[in-house]
Design a protein around this ligand. Structure first.
Ligand SMILES: Cc1ncc(COP(=O)(O)O)c(C=O)c1O
Length: 409
């Protein structure tokens, strides 16, 4: 081994420990209510646990087929037809992966060559940027801007989007509903993306893991159903968010056969197959009646509103969340240098943990997140109520902490 070279490959050298690790540790040390982590503190439907246990008891414990068990591939296709009138061939147009995270990386590695450009919206879900780096591709970022007097929801500048495209654009990475902003992309926005992707011959990867967590009047539009996009879009989703079993790590990619084949080529050498009994359980999950999907939204709506009220009272007004289970708040009433300092204080002194959204921005753009914090509301009622009580005392704590004499006027 050369003395000058570390053990790590160049492609991972810039990867640090994620802020999630720091804040989860701090939350435990400070006995904070953890609204940082983006996973539920409750289980999904008991019948799905039962289905996984039954699959194990029935001996469904060996490697699944590389593309996924037929029951799940058929259920993914039936779900696409039922909710989006999207016709999908379960034999050639679906591949099951170990969570959406694996599908995303497989898609990037399977569809992009080194030096190709990838258009993505910033802030991004953190695995996107890492995936682009692993593929040695070039990110072209388009900034999502917070709601303002002229915009009721998070928005982007059309000119900026157009300028991000070039003849080198190979892929567009989209996430709707969007983590961390809660934006649900409008049909017109997707149409514009479709026109540009079509003009430059780019493939679109649409991460729709929060597809069922959308709050009226917002409506989820499946990217692949928009003109120009059907034949160039790979849709990615997973069971984690909708069914509250994030630990099962069952995800999938669906779309035109050539795109699915590219994903499967990476998948077969990355994990080859995904946990068999959980695939059988998720096949049942996707067939749950409409009432299940309606109830999930209703319950999340209540959680969102409970937390949003508490945050507003604590002078942390949330921006509108149209979908997902996150609230982004405006922290300008509290005079901290940046989002990391604010979230550390909130975790230590108020004992409520949130995530500093600069984690979802490139190094040069972290300043855009200086006055933002992200709260997850995928938590049970009593936990959210305790967070609300603590947030109610946030202003007093701020004054007592002495570090900064008072909240801003
Ligand atoms: C936008 C987005 N995509 C993908 C994932 C990961 O999904 P999975 O747990 O299925 O790998 C998450 C999880 O937080 C997410 O927020």
């Amino acid at each position: 081994m050369s003395a000058r070279r570390g053990v790590e490959a160049q492609r991972v050298a810039s990867f640090g420990t994620t802020v999630f690790t720091e804040f989860s540790k701090l939350a435990v040390e400070c006995q904070a209510v953890n609204l940082g982590q983006g996973f539920p503190d409750f289980d999904g439907p008991a019948e799905l646990k039962q289905a996984a246990a039954e699959a194990m008891a029935q001996g469904k414990n060996q490697y699944a087929p590389m593309l996924g068990v037929p029951e799940l591939r058929h259920a993914v296709a039936a779900h696409a037809q039922r909710f989006y009138e999207q016709t999908v061939n379960p034999d050639t147009e679906v591949v099951v992966t170990s969570g959406a995270t694996e599908a995303l990386l497989d898609a990037i590695l399977g569809l992009v060559d080194p030096g190709d450009e990838v258009v993505l919206f910033e802030p991004w879900y953190d695995s996107y940027f890492a995936g682009i780096q692993l593929a040695q591709a070039v990110p072209r970022m388009v900034r999502l801007r917070p709601p303002d007097l002229g915009h009721a929801a998070w928005w982007f500048d059309e000119g900026e989007l157009k300028a991000a495209f070039s003849n080198k654009t190979r892929l567009v990475l989209l996430n709707t509903p969007h983590n961390p902003t809660g934006k649900v992309f409008l049909r017109e926005e997707l149409e514009l993306i479709g026109q540009l992707a079509s003009k430059y011959g780019a493939t679109v990867v649409s991460d729709e893991v929060y597809e069922h967590l959308v709050f009226a009047p917002a409506r989820h539009v499946r990217t692949a159903t928009v003109p120009n996009l059907a034949d160039r879009t790979l849709t990615i989703s997973s069971a984690g968010k909708t069914f509250s079993y994030t630990g099962w790590k069952v995800g999938w990619a669906l779309g035109p056969a050539p795109l699915v084949r590219a994903v499967a080529k990476v998948h077969q050498w990355a994990t080859f197959a995904t946990a068999t009994p959980f695939q059988h359980a998720v096949a049942k999950a996707l067939m749950l009646p409409d009432t299940f999907f309606r109830d999930v939204v209703r319950e999340y709506h209540q959680r969102r509103d409970l937390l949003a009220r508490a945050l507003t009272e604590a002078r942390l007004p949330p921006y509108v969340t149209e979908g997902s289970y996150f609230l982004m708040v405006d922290t300008r009433a509290y005079a901290f240098d940046d989002d990391v300092a604010f979230c550390r204080w909130l975790t230590r002194d108020v004992r409520v943990a949130a995530i500093p959204p600069s984690a979802f921005y490139a190094e040069a753009h972290k300043g855009h997140a200086a006055k933002l914090a992200r709260f997850a509301f995928c938590k049970s009622g009593p936990v959210l109520e305790e967070a609300a009580r603590r947030l109610g005392r946030a202003k007093e704590n701020r004054i007592k902490s002495g570090e900064h004499p008072a909240v801003n006027a």
